[in-house]
Design a protein around this ligand. Structure first.
Ligand SMILES: Cc1ncc(COP(=O)(O)O)c(C=O)c1O
Length: 374
């Protein structure tokens, strides 16, 4: 019999009782309306072939062999950081093994004792965890509320950091980026922007929301992840040369981990190359518009969070209800996942529908018909 303590068993039982137990599934036969693979890049053959070609130009290695600070930095890491920083019009960039690592590594080390981090109340868990590891004070502000943000800025001390996402992962709505950048500038704050769900979706060739609004110079740090539209894995923090040097010296999730293998980095480089020329982005944007028009035609707008991104959320309060709805859609061939509390607040449970470039109009029509009939 394996050992497992009673108090932890109790926590699991509570989750079962609340119908909120998280389970792993690997069903992949249904129509994909749930993955973050917005452009279908995870299955893109051109990227795969290019990644192999790039790998063949590198010294063969199954793994990176160490931390970036010891033996894990290879030519391809430095080359890819330069390529991505240039693509995003940033002074420099530093690769991380995931977006989670990037956010905890950034937030835990930049704000010092006596400083303040103000974050949107819907900010991603990785940023919350990074803030918890920092010695700074922190306040949340009401989602996308400039008024509440300004109120919190006035209460803050030390250097003030503001943390937002360009597109919120569990809602799909966008931040009022220009107005927040203006407010940040007015009070001399340092703005940090997570572009996980706008990278590859918004801006010219998917460069993201910051570049769409020409705000590169108004932002202290940008986090771009590669596990969503880029279809692979990892992340980069973009900012000044000084920020890169600071992170190399103080960011613990960068320092104390084995660097990503060269073949992973080659895939990231290939995905960025594809992003510059792909026609998938246009298809994605068309499908988002097609889905939104369909929602409006079926009079379902009041159920949905307003969104221009790939993520569209249909609010169905209650874990039991939203699970039943999702199950019914799954039985009809749609891969759609329920988002339960406590991942979202109680009463805000939802179906999270992700639109992709590869979804056909017929599939979208069929889904809308099901949603309307449910
Ligand atoms: C807004 C946001 N930031 C960061 C992350 C973490 O990125 P990764 O999946 O690369 O760890 C996610 C992923 O869920 C996200 O949605």
């Amino acid at each position: 019999m394996s050992i497992f303590p009673k108090n932890l068993q109790k926590k699991l039982s509570l989750r079962r009782d609340n119908n909120s137990l998280r389970l792993l599934t690997n069903e992949k036969k249904n129509i994909d309306f749930s993955s973050n693979d917005y452009l279908g890049f995870s299955q893109n053959k051109t990227i795969n072939d290019m990644s192999q070609r790039i790998c063949n130009t590198q010294k063969f290695k199954n793994g990176s062999t160490g931390s970036r600070l010891v033996s894990g930095t290879h030519t391809i890491h430095l080359e890819t950081e330069k390529i991505i920083a240039d693509f995003h019009n940033a002074e420099s960039g530093l690769l991380y093994n995931s977006g989670y690592d990037a956010n905890i590594g950034l937030f835990s080390c930049v704000a010092q004792k006596g400083d303040t981090i103000i974050f949107d109340e819907l900010i991603h868990a990785s940023i919350r965890d990074g803030i918890r590891l920092s010695n700074a004070k922190s306040f949340k502000f009401k989602h996308n509320s400039l008024e509440d943000l300004e109120k919190k800025i006035k209460k803050s001390e030390g250097t003030i950091y503001i943390a937002i996402e360009t597109v919120y992962s569990m809602d799909g709505d966008s931040a009022p980026l220009q107005s927040i950048a203006d407010l940040s500038n007015k009070y001399n704050c340092l703005l940090i922007v997570d572009e996980a769900h706008s990278n590859g979706v918004f801006g010219e060739s998917g460069r993201g929301s910051v570049q769409e609004f020409g705000l590169e110079n108004a932002i202290f740090a940008r986090v771009h992840t590669f596990g969503k539209a880029l279809g692979c894995h990892g992340a980069i923090i973009l900012g000044s040369h000084d920020l890169r040097e600071y992170l190399i010296n103080f960011s613990r999730s960068f320092i104390y981990t084995t660097a990503a293998a060269t073949h992973s980095i080659a895939t990231i480089q290939a995905a960025y190359s594809e992003l510059s020329t792909t026609s998938e982005l246009k298809k994605l944007q068309n499908n988002i518009v097609y889905f939104k028009n369909g929602v409006s035609k079926k009079n379902l707008e009041s159920k949905f969070v307003k969104s221009d991104s790939s993520i569209h959320c249909c609010i169905l309060p209650g874990n039991d209800i939203v699970k039943d709805f999702a199950q019914s859609l799954q039985q009809k061939g749609f891969d759609i996942k329920p988002i339960l509390s406590p991942t979202v607040p109680k009463g805000q449970e939802r179906l999270r529908i992700c639109i992709h470039s590869f979804n056909t109009h017929k599939e979208i029509d069929a889904l809308l018909t099901e949603l309307a009939s449910l």
